[in-house]
Design a protein around this ligand. Structure first.
Ligand code: M6R
Length: 364
């Protein structure tokens, strides 16, 4: 049942405020001031470092989590693609927590990487959508993301629920390790509780994404740029676009532009820049100017302050609601999803069942 939507993907994008709300209710104490992990005995002081392993979109959720764990909890995090990790025989030092992220819980490479860590890592954690899946059953601690069934091959609500649970874990790590004061943590958690409402506001921008997507649909190639927490989101935006609209899209950390990809820029190359007005905004603006100076077409996804500071010369701009910078990846997942979705619709490709892809990759 598509619930009145044209595609499951559209329905699942629209469900995000409610499923993120479900995840928050599950993992927050009644007063909303603490992270609780029902049924799980986990204290991040037992680890000195984390490794996080996954495939595809779930891998980008891990990349985002690296920024969160390092910034909030001062914990080193190594992130790896499951198909690389499993054959590399990576050494696992003592006091390492290993975390695996998978919507289906059945991805062959992720499962094999997890089995490699059993008996080597101090604890094997999983962040999964399907609680009865192999990855959930075989891990020491399985943390459900509570996104509900996801049918669209392109992961949407599972991604934002993965991010929500990973951020809650990073906040718990910050609490356990004493790297953030109880007041700071309560503040972030209170902003997080307001996030479903903010996402609802962002969903109202759907017509703007539709218009922008019609322009994107004309392109054969696109580049996505982001810095810091927006870098994994740029990767996710490029993956979503190529997956369902078949437009060739690449993502780079904005600072890498000068190290190669700028050679691709001309007037046929749309460059999607994901950049809320955060501490790194000025640097991203200079990257954007470099693109525009070479005739590149910039599609800027930003917030109100960003729009005021830097809309000169941009091709298209979409202004998202303001959000606590630490939560920005969850909100900026929406433009990644909506741009890809409407581009696929404009091109007439199948957004729910793209060619050559399976929802669950159970063979390597
Ligand atoms: O079920 P999983 O989360 O383990 O799946 C991982 C990837 O196959 C998956 O995220 C894939 O990249 C999506 N189709 C992306 O939209």
């Amino acid at each position: 049942d598509k619930g009145g939507h044209k595609h499951f993907m559209a329905k699942e994008i629209a469900e995000q405020p409610s499923v993120i709300g479900d995840a928050l209710r599950h993992y927050l104490s009644d007063d909303g001031r603490d992270v609780v992990l029902p049924g799980a005995d986990l204290d991040f002081t037992q680890f000195d470092r984390m490794i996080m392993v996954a495939c595809g979109t779930a891998y980008y959720a891990c990349l985002t989590a690296k920024y969160w764990f390092e910034q909030l909890a001062g914990m080193p995090v190594e992130v790896d693609i499951a198909s690389e990790f499993r054959y590399r025989e990576p050494p696992i030092p003592a006091r390492t927590g290993a975390l695996f992220v998978s919507q289906s819980g059945e991805t062959a490479d992720t499962l094999a990487a997890m089995r490699y860590c059993e008996g080597r890592a101090d604890k094997v954690l999983s962040v999964v959508n399907v609680p009865e899946s192999s990855i959930a059953r075989e891990s020491d601690i399985a943390l459900p993301i509570l996104a509900g069934t996801e049918i669209g091959v392109a992961s949407t609500k599972a991604f934002t629920c993965q991010l929500t649970v990973l951020l809650l874990l990073a906040l718990k790590a910050a609490h356990d390790r004493g790297t953030r004061s109880p007041e700071e943590l309560a503040d972030t958690l209170s902003n997080l509780r307001g996030l479903p409402a903010t996402i609802n506001h962002a969903l109202e921008l759907d017509p703007a994404f539709k218009t922008a997507a019609r322009q994107l649909a004309e392109a054969d190639n696109a580049l996505f740029l982001g810095r810091g927490l927006m870098y994994p989101l740029a990767l996710e935006g490029a993956l979503k676009l190529k997956e369902i609209s078949y437009i060739h899209a690449e993502a780079y950390a904005s600072g890498e532009l000068k190290h190669g990809p700028i050679a691709l820029i001309d007037k046929t190359m749309p460059v999607v820049v994901m950049a809320p007005c955060d501490a790194l905004f000025d640097k991203t603006v200079s990257n954007m100017q470099e693109v525009m100076a070479r005739g590149g077409k910039v599609m800027l996804i930003t917030d109100r302050a960003g729009a005021e500071a830097a809309n000169d010369g941009v091709w298209t701009q979409i202004t998202l609601p303001d959000v606590d910078p630490i939560l920005s990846p969850i909100l900026y997942a929406l433009p990644a999803q909506l741009l890809a979705y409407h581009t696929a619709v404009a091109k007439g490709t199948d957004a729910d069942q793209p060619r050559n892809l399976a929802k669950s990759v159970t063979v390597e």
